[in-house]
Design a protein around this ligand. Structure first.
Ligand code: F0G
Length: 448
């Protein structure tokens, strides 16, 4: 059969609350044109994030019941640790309440004034944690990856030539680590090839710089490697993941993405001394090393989720369901970042709304238009989120895992196309309030 169906049946449902266009106009104005300030009940299809918003499986819910809530040495921790070790083969595995907690601990130790952290593209919380420590974050994405209209198989790759130049210019001793984000969330959910990982790793070895992976979406990245890098076509996604992690000195992970959990994360490292320093910080911020800010039931959900995420029927459906949205948009020449990513489709707001300049935030304006038209909530990834670091003006429509069906996606494309047809009426935005860190969460806007 040609149709790729959702590889699950629905056991429990959550109703959607519908709003009218008139109601949404009032609600969005009250939320200062920032979708983060809307109440979720006022959203019809919520594509703000794929983080913590996925549906857990019946096995995960069974695991929740099994959770061992002992303060120290709980069985749930050992099942969690075994699941992480099976993939990463790292000896020191430190649970945390979510990805940014791992980043905070890592960069409190490895960051600091005068240091640099180099990446393909840092996610916003990662950059914020690096810069909060006094260090500087540097993105070295390949130039080819920056044109949203040109498809390529591995647009998450790092520019290794510029990496070498950067190391020589700043001195290897000033680069505290190199971290690859797989897939590259801020750059369109695009994968990094194994060839690129190997090249970066060999540069790291040459200059004795630790190599880390921001592993939030490792399984989606490894599925792309299987599909697009001929050497891996006969390997399982799990085997590919094991090879990917084998190159790393450590990784940070938000289990809210590729572990199907509603909360959780971890930091895993090879170096014992670093692990000890991390655990010392963990204990004053997150908790004892066998629970790290999580309940036993969360650790169980992550352990089971990490096994389910590498199932290939799931990944095939996952990647295909996002391609499907792209194909529908192609029929109307709606501009989006090509190819479609692992967890999201990114509308190219600059090309979608060419009459709105960057300082009037075309991405934010497009987010507002999608909400007004059909109650869709997406997120701006552009000048609002990154300020002067913004390389593109995108609107990310992140698809929660196992949550929406094909008819939800059909509705989504209908809304996008309706906005596209009247795009010249969409007006720009003026930012009237912002905070010093991660301003996109709380910024307030007015129409220009
Ligand atoms: N790294 C990447 C690549 C991420 O996408 C995220 C979170 C984090 C780190 C931080 O993890 O949220 O568990 O603290 N991304 C979410 C998103 C918030 O919507 O893309 P966290």
């Amino acid at each position: 059969m040609r149709t790729i169906i959702e590889p699950f049946k629905i056991k429990s449902v959550e109703p959607i609350h519908f709003t009218t266009a008139e109601e949404r106009a009032v609600l969005l104005k009250e939320a200062h044109y920032n979708p983060f300030l809307l109440r979720s009940r006022d959203v019809i299809i919520d594509l703000l994030t794929d983080s913590g918003t996925g549906a857990m499986s019946s096995e995960q819910w069974a695991g929740v019941m099994r959770g061992d809530e002992s303060y120290a040495g709980s069985d749930s921790f050992f099942r969690f640790e075994a699941a992480v070790r099976d993939l990463t083969h790292m000896p020191f595995i430190i649970p945390v309440h979510q990805g940014r907690a791992a980043e905070k601990i890592l960069f409190t130790i490895k960051g600091g004034i005068g240091k640099y952290v180099v990446s393909n593209t840092l996610f916003d919380t990662t950059r914020a944690n690096i810069e909060f420590s006094g260090a500087l974050g540097v993105d070295l994405l390949t130039t080819a990856s920056k044109d949203p209209s040109v498809p390529a198989p591995f647009k998450g790759n790092m520019d290794t030539e510029r990496l070498r130049e950067f190391i020589q210019e700043k001195g290897a001793e000033n680069i505290s680590l190199i971290i690859m984000t797989v897939t590259n969330n801020s750059g369109g959910g695009q994968p990094v090839s194994m060839a690129n990982i190997r090249e970066v790793k060999s540069i790291c070895l040459e200059y004795k710089i630790p190599f880390f992976i921001d592993a939030c979406r490792f399984a989606e990245n490894c599925y792309f490697i299987q599909q697009r890098e001929p050497e891996f076509k006969d390997k399982t996604v799990k085997e590919i993941a094991q090879e990917l992690f084998s190159y790393a000195d450590g990784c940070t992970m938000s289990a809210k993405k590729d572990a199907f959990a509603n909360i959780g994360g971890f930091l895993a490292v090879h170096d014992q001394q670093l692990a000890e320093e991390c655990r010392n910080l963990l204990i004053i911020t997150e908790g004892f090393p066998t629970y790290g800010g999580l309940s036993g039931r969360d650790l169980e959900a992550i352990a089971i989720g990490l096994k389910e995420i590498v199932e290939e029927d799931y990944l095939k459906y996952r990647i295909r369901s996002i391609e499907y949205i792209g194909e529908k948009l192609d029929e109307f020449q709606v501009p989006y970042l090509k190819p479609t990513g692992g967890h999201a489709l990114y509308l190219d707001a600059k090309a979608f709304l060419p009459h709105i300049p960057a300082h009037e935030f075309p991405g934010q304006a497009l987010c507002a238009a999608l909400y007004l038209e059909g109650g869709i909530r997406g997120v701006e990834i552009g000048s609002v989120m990154f300020g002067e670091h913004a390389q593109q003006e995108l609107v990310r429509l992140a698809i929660p895992r196992r949550t929406y069906t094909q008819s939800h996606m059909d509705y989504l494309t209908e809304v996008i196309i309706a906005v596209f047809e009247k795009r010249s009426n969409v007006s720009g935005m003026k930012m009237v309030y912002q905070t010093p860190f991660l301003r996109h969460f709380t910024a307030k806007f007015e129409l220009v």
